[in-house]
Design a protein around this ligand. Sequence first.
Ligand code: PAF
Length: 283
Amino acid sequence: MNAPTVVDSVAALRAQVQDWRRAGLRVAMVPTMGALHDGHISLVRIALEQADRCVVSIFVNPTQFAPTEDLDKYPRQLARDLDRLREAGAHLAFTPSVGEMYPAGFATKISVGGPSSGLETDFRPSFFDGVATVVAKLFLQAAPDFAVFGEKDYQQLCVVRQLCRDLDLPVEIVGAPTVRDAHGLAMSSRNAYLGEAELDVARLLNVILRRTAGALSTGTDEAAATEDAAKALISAGFRKVDYVAARASVTLAPWQRNRGGRLLAAAWLGTTRLIDNVEIPSA
Ligand code: PAF
């Protein structure tokens, strides 16, 4: 495969995508913060199944990190990322600087309601404002036909769908299944922070979530099931559980038994915060 073209300015990104669109090509976008793993590569593959050209943005977005979070230590490995994108067949990598995305005097924030309330927002109050603002900018800059987001960040996927619907952004959002290791651990750039012993504990997150989703679908009381799951996570070695919660799959409103549902969780392993989610099968 050819190496992707790398551009770091909005002008160069727009010029390339406009050329493709004039030629009648269908363009996909995969927004990322880099440190690409198999989960990201699966998004590129899904994009390429439905598009002629795939743009991958690599930008560690400062506005979605709280001052206490891991912006400085977030893994940055552009050369390796570009190798992975070449293998996957992506056509363009957009690697803007912070100044290109947020020039001096930048003063706009997009705040999405609906699915952004609760869950992550209870613990990271400005996270989705940062995500929505940067995703809206990326869509306006690249103007892709569609964009692919992983279900691993399930609440983010719902928020981005709401953003596009509410602002009439002409970008179709494609959700892609979570890629997991052989033990079911969801791929995440933050897994790089975990040592071997912590990885063994991390792998229990999806086991406990699947077990709890099964219990919910067979009639176990919701409060009892989610409380048991939180206790099981602590017994397994997690330091703190931010939430284990059952929600409606599209709106993320409280879950109603016998309706499509999603069980979502966030928990701390040492200083690393992991999130995951599974479907609640209908009974
Ligand atoms: O999921 C991510 O990596 C980020 O939140 C995103 C969507 C690229 C926005 O910075």
